[in-house]
Design a protein around this ligand. Structure first.
Ligand code: V47
Length: 339
């Protein structure tokens, strides 16, 4: 698919686009809506990067710097597992004070304390940050992640791949080509990961479509992406001056177009944290098949205004999915059905 052809999808009427996306979604998943029981852990908010969209970093608008101890992180995983979480999603800011080994010790401590939990950790942006800070190559970091218990990689740090726009909103962060390369290397190790896109800020439709096409090309090569997550930009406490947040029609069109362009990626997540639970449910009619998870504690989007700080309880998640006319399916991190 070429950029111009893909871009024309936005000209379709919303419900026509939704029907096309829904067809792909139903072929893959019928009326199932997936979610998991997970816990987000963000070990530190002290960051050497300066992403203009971020309200989480302690540098500017968030005046409360913190770093969790390894023991605190491991105990958080243990408690979450005791409450039923099957996955911990561990990503943090780029804190130069922690040292390289800290990461691998932290992963080992989680896996030792919470036996059997799935560890989804390290965005490609973090891998790149460690590589640049400690002058070691991506391969070595990925091998050490595997040796210390990381099971899969989350999709964060992708933002928008267009190099010019990227330089405007997150200069100094992992380059687009390296984000893609890190995931390719990870897939080459037989491992799965997710991919994301931050949208609804100062990007254009063409930037989004270009981003999706680059992911489509990599997926064609590796088949290693499990899910794509279109992350809706949250407007508060950050340094991007976005005058007009996206309306629901444009959001749903973007989710539907993601489903159509990424028809080689099995799952599209409507991340309820950024979309709200209601819009994430509507998105299930427009190509999405996953709500993400119960999360328990969320710091990145809530720092920028989302109503997600305390996650969502499982009963509410299931009830909402059912009342929207779908079948709720608890899944593990690799999309094996649990119940
Ligand atoms: O990469 C930062 C985003 C991401 C804002 O892989 C913001 O399963 C909205 O990637 N508004 C991290 N978003 C979160 C992420 C993720 C989330 C859920 C599931 C998975 C997965 C991955 O948060 C960052 C960045 O794009 N972010 N600031 C903001 N103001």
């Amino acid at each position: 698919m070429q950029l111009n052809e893909a871009l024309k999808l936005y000209d379709l009427e919303l419900f026509e686009l939704g029907a096309r996306a829904n067809e792909i979604r139903r072929k893959y998943h019928g009326d199932k809506v997936f979610y998991n029981r997970n816990r987000h852990i963000n070990p530190t908010n002290i960051c050497s990067d300066r992403c203009l969209f971020c309200g989480f970093s302690a540098h500017r608008k968030n005046p409360h710097p913190y770093t969790m101890s390894i023991d605190e992180i491991a105990q958080t995983a243990v408690k979450a597992q005791a409450r039923g979480a099957k996955e911990v999603h561990v990503v943090g800011a780029h804190n130069k004070k922690l040292g390289l080994d800290w990461y691998f010790e932290m992963f080992k401590a989680i896996k030792k304390a919470a036996i059997g939990i799935h560890l989804k950790a390290m965005t490609a942006a973090e891998v790149d940050f460690l590589s640049r800070t400690y002058a070691i190559d991506f391969d070595e970091i990925l091998d050490r992640m595997i040796a210390s218990g990381v099971d899969s990689m989350p999709g964060g740090g992708a933002e928008i791949f267009d190099e010019k726009l990227r330089a405007q909103i997150c200069d100094g962060k992992v380059k687009s080509a390296n984000w893609l390369l890190i995931h390719e290397l990870w897939h080459g190790r037989g491992r799965k990961s997710n991919a994301s896109m931050l949208f609804g800020h100062i990007e254009t439709r063409a930037h989004r479509v270009d981003h999706l096409l680059r992911l489509r090309a990599l997926q064609k090569k590796t088949g290693g992406f499990n899910a794509f997550i279109p992350l809706l930009y949250q407007t508060k406490n950050n340094f991007l001056d976005v005058k007009k947040p996206l309306d629901s029609e444009e959001i749903l069109k973007t989710i539907a177009i993601s489903r159509i362009i990424l028809d080689n990626v099995p799952h599209i997540k409507a991340y309820w944290v950024g979309l709200t639970l209601n819009l994430a449910l509507v998105a299930q009619e427009f190509g999405a098949d996953d709500m993400d998870g119960t999360i328990e504690r969320e710091s990145i989007n809530s720092a920028a205004g989302a109503d997600s700080k305390d996650g969502v309880n499982e009963k509410l998640m299931r009830d909402l999915i059912t009342s929207a006319g779908f079948t709720p399916i608890e899944r593990d991190s690799m999309y094996k059905e649990i119940g």
